[in-house]
Each structure stands twice: as structure tokens, then as C-alpha cells.
Design a protein around this ligand. Structure first.
Ligand code: HEM
Length: 298
């Protein structure tokens, strides 16, 4: 099917896709003073050739986009239907606090319902509330789960660490379950979480950023609006920053005196939560959830 001889069969699809690509690039260049955005155009050209190879039909750009859009809109509608139900449930509870048992006295959505943002005439619409709530939920779910996965792998890899963690935890809580206030007394657990996040940042690449204007970064010229990603393990493995960085070694935070500096106040050592005004707003919750879950699981 993918042999060189079969290549000829897809010649018409290739020609059509390339013609469309060139026409589109020309149109884009004309409209933007010679500038073109290569990646989406090239990606689309390859995508349409592959559709022909796979399904044997010729699809124009409009029909492909329509199919994509339909699916995206359908998923969005499902998200709206599900989350708006929860938002309305909370609205009812706020009106009548006795409506349900076991409700919290405050929630994220409470702070958004009547939010007035400078420059916006109105409070957020329901679809905007859904987007903000979904951002919070997806901000936590994968990041902290990935850290727990790494935590378990690190414990399996280092049974002596598991032993010391257990002793640290039991020395504080005895037979009862660990609770939030206990965490600050568990110094070995704290060192474990720091080393975990240093050695295994939950996202290996920083989330995409772009410079709004041309800058020089690490000796490189970064033009405006290009995607900029940082590979975080290179910071964790930098011998100029850490002693024996490849070792999973809690002592660096217990007796050696290395510092974590997660908010980047003194330099770049650990920026898995990013830094300064773009720092993750869930940093404190994330650290607490990871520590608590490790303690409960150990
Ligand atoms: C190990 C845990 C976590 C890591 C490594 C992490 C990392 C990050 C990073 C790198 C960003 C992007 C910052 C930027 O713009 O460059 C971010 C954004 C965000 N995080 Fe976290 N996060 C974690 C846990 C959480 C938790 C627990 C929550 C919520 C309870 C949360 C909520 C958010 C939200 C809402 C944003 C978007 C903020 C914005 O766009 O202004 N994160 N996080």
C-alpha cells in the first residue's frame, strides 16, 4: 500500500494539495506584506494528501474544516450542558444554603458569578464561566496525577525512601490518617516532594509562550510571536545548579542545604510552576495535594 510503486496512484492528490498550498501561501503573502505562516498551511496540505491516501476521496478545505468544526462544537456543547448544570446547582445553594448537605462554604465559581473585570461591561456569561471552571479543573488533574505517578515510581525504585517516609509520617500521626496541618511537621516528606518535583517536573516542556516583541534570550534572538518552549529537565540536570543532579537524593534538601526556589526569587532552579506574574495560581494547592496524597498512599 505504501510502496514506491503505489506513490504514482496518489499523484493527483499530491498535485491538488500542492497547488492549493502554493495558492494559499501566495494569498497569505499578498495579504500580509510577504509574511506567511508556514506550519498550518503545510500541515493542512499533508493532511489532505493523507485523507486521499486513506479514504480515496478528494476533500476541499471547506468540507474538512466543516467536519472538524462540527465535532469541536459538539464536544463544546456537551461540556456546556454538563458544567452549566453544576453551576446552576451552586447558584441554588447560594440562594438557599440548606438545600443540600455537605456543601462547602466557598467555591471558585462563587468568586466568578458576579465578577466585574475592568474594561468589560458585564459579568461573565455562562459559557465564559464554563471555560474558566474547566481551565481550573484541567490545570490540576493531569499535573498532580503525573507527579503522583512519578512519586510511586521513585518509591518503588528506592525502598529505603519508602521506609523513611513511613517512619516520618507515623512519627507525626501515629495510627490516625494524615491531615493537612500534619504536613508541615513531616520534614522528610517535604524533602521528598521537593526532590520529586525537581527530578520529575510534571510537564517536561513548559507551556507555550510567545514574546510580544523581539528579545534576546540565552544569547538567541527571539522574534515576536514565535512559539517558545523550554525543556525543563535540562534545568534539573544542570551541574552548575545542582550537586550530582541525576541522583534522586533527598539529602540535598535535608542536610546539604540546596534550595528549591520554586517561585524564582533568587534565580532559575525549578520553574515547573513557571514564575513571576505567569506563575501557576494552583501552586499551593498542588503542593498540598501531592504531599497529602503521597502521605496517605505510603
Ligand atoms: C504539580 C502541579 C502543577 C504544576 C506543575 C502546574 C503548572 C502550571 C503551569 C506551568 C502553568 C502555566 C503558567 C504559564 O502561563 O506559564 C499553570 C497554569 C495554571 N494552573 Fe497549574 N500546575 C499545577 C497544579 C495546579 C493546580 C492544583 C491547580 C488548581 C487547583 C492549577 C491551576 C492552574 C490554572 C487555572 C492555570 C492557568 C492560569 C492562567 O492562565 O493564568 N494548577 N500551571
Amino acid at each position: 500500500m505504501l510502496s514506491a510503486s503505489r506513490l504514482r496512484d496518489f499523484h493527483p492528490a499530491r498535485v491538488a494539495a500542492m497547488d492549493r498550498l502554493i495558492a494559499r501561501i501566495r494569498a497569505e503573502a499578498l495579504a500580509s506584506d510577504g509574511g506567511v505562516w508556514v506550519l498550518p498551511n503545510v500541515r493542512f496540505a499533508f493532511f489532505s494528501i493523507l485523507l486521499s491516501i486513506t479514504f480515496g476521496v478528494n476533500l476541499d478545505k471547506n468540507s474538512i474544516i466543516r467536519a472538524d468544526e462540527k465535532k469541536v462544537l459538539q464536544v463544546r456543547q456537551e461540556q456546556l450542558d454538563t458544567v452549566i448544570l453544576l453551576i446552576n446547582r451552586r447558584r441554588s445553594i447560594l440562594k438557599n444554603p440548606n438545600l443540600e448537605l455537605n456543601v462547602t462554604t466557598f467555591s471558585y465559581i462563587d468568586s466568578l458569578l458576579n465578577l466585574k473585570v475592568d474594561g468589560c461591561g458585564s459579568i461573565p456569561t455562562d459559557p465564559e464561566l464554563v471555560t474558566l471552571c474547566s481551565e481550573l479543573i484541567s490545570g490540576e488533574t493531569d499535573t498532580t496525577s503525573t507527579s503522583i505517578e512519578w512519586a510511586m515510581a521513585s518509591i518503588i525504585d528506592n525502598p529505603d525512601i519508602q521506609d523513611k517516609l513511613y517512619k516520618d509520617i507515623v512519627s507525626v500521626v501515629g495510627d490516625r490518617s494524615v491531615d493537612d496541618p500534619d504536613l508541615e511537621k513531616m520534614l522528610y516528606l517535604q524533602a521528598f516532594v521537593k526532590e520529586l518535583l525537581r527530578k520529575h517536573p510534571s510537564t517536561y516542556f513548559s507551556l507555550i509562550h510567545a514574546a510580544v516583541e523581539a528579545v534576546k534570550l540565552g544569547g538567541y534572538d527571539v522574534p515576536p510571536n514565535v512559539n517558545l518552549e523550554m525543556f525543563l529537565p535540562t534545568i534539573a540536570e544542570d551541574e552548575r545548579l545542582w550537586l550530582k543532579p541525576l541522583e534522586f537524593n533527598l539529602k540535598r534538601f535535608i542536610s546539604v542545604g540546596e534550595t528549591m526556589d520554586i517561585t524564582r526569587s533568587t534565580g532559575i532552579r525549578m520553574i515547573l510552576f513557571r514564575a513571576e506574574w505567569r506563575i501557576c495560581p494552583g501552586l499551593a494547592i498542588g503542593m498540598t495535594h501531592i504531599s497529602l496524597m503521597v502521605a496517605r498512599m505510603v
